[in-house]
Design a protein around this ligand. Sequence first.
Ligand code: NAP
Length: 231
Amino acid sequence: MADTIIRPHVLMMSEITADGKLTLKKGASSKILMKYMAHETEILLHETRAAYDAIMVGANTIRIDNSFLTVRLVPGKSPIRVIPCSMADLPLNSNVLGADAPTVIAVCETAPKDRVDALRATGVNVVVAGKDHVELPLLLHILAEKFKVKKLMIEGGPTLNWHMLHDKLVDEIRLIHLPFIVGGSDTPSLVGGMHINTEDEMIRLNLKKFYLCGSNLVSEFDVLYAQGIKS
Ligand SMILES: NC(=O)c1ccc[n+]([C@@H]2O[C@H](COP(=O)([O-])OP(=O)(O)OC[C@H]3O[C@@H](n4cnc5c(N)ncnc54)[C@H](OP(=O)(O)O)[C@@H]3O)[C@@H](O)[C@H]2O)c1
């Protein structure tokens, strides 16, 4: 289904340290690292949000970072905020449930009704996209068809990034490189999930652009999903 569905164009955008980490340690908010982004790069992030119809992060990022996911530093409209949360157990005081921008929470058929009702009572859209967990290809199809989303950006975390890549739903990647090393074998990195077993499973990227934005290196890739990496 992933290859043939009508779905938005997808950009994965992340701030990563020189050792590929997304945050200081497991369970820590990435807002601590983001404080060290150059102002020009913060502007780039907000300009990108303003240029996209929707922005998605995983439920755990909301639990840990309590992000707003709005456009604040540049003029422009905030994108629709999309959070996959299979069992509808997002804290009801999450900032994404506020009125700053429209929000879509994706749940599965078995999500408890009282939690779904509590989310709906905050004014957000709740969509059912899967039987016992949120199926991302189906969710992207719903976003395209029902919410007219043509361009979707995802801002992590590693679990969502891995599932999106695994389902072949990512078209482009833009990385903001932060000049720090944080270490930690269990510190979240750009892509989590399961390891691969052979080199044929590596996902091939095509580096298309790199530039300095303030003091931060920014790199941009196309995702090719070629069979294997043999050249
Ligand atoms: N530097 C950056 O750019 C950046 C950006 C974002 C996040 N982060 C960091 O990343 C960390 C959180 O990452 P994380 O890997 O723990 O969590 P995550 O990717 O933010 O969220 C994953 C959760 O999303 C829900 N989900 C529902 N359906 C899903 C599906 N089909 N595929 C994937 N996820 C689905 C699941 O929670 P349920 O089981 O509850 O449904 C899943 O556990 C935090 O430390 C945060 O600070 C960094």
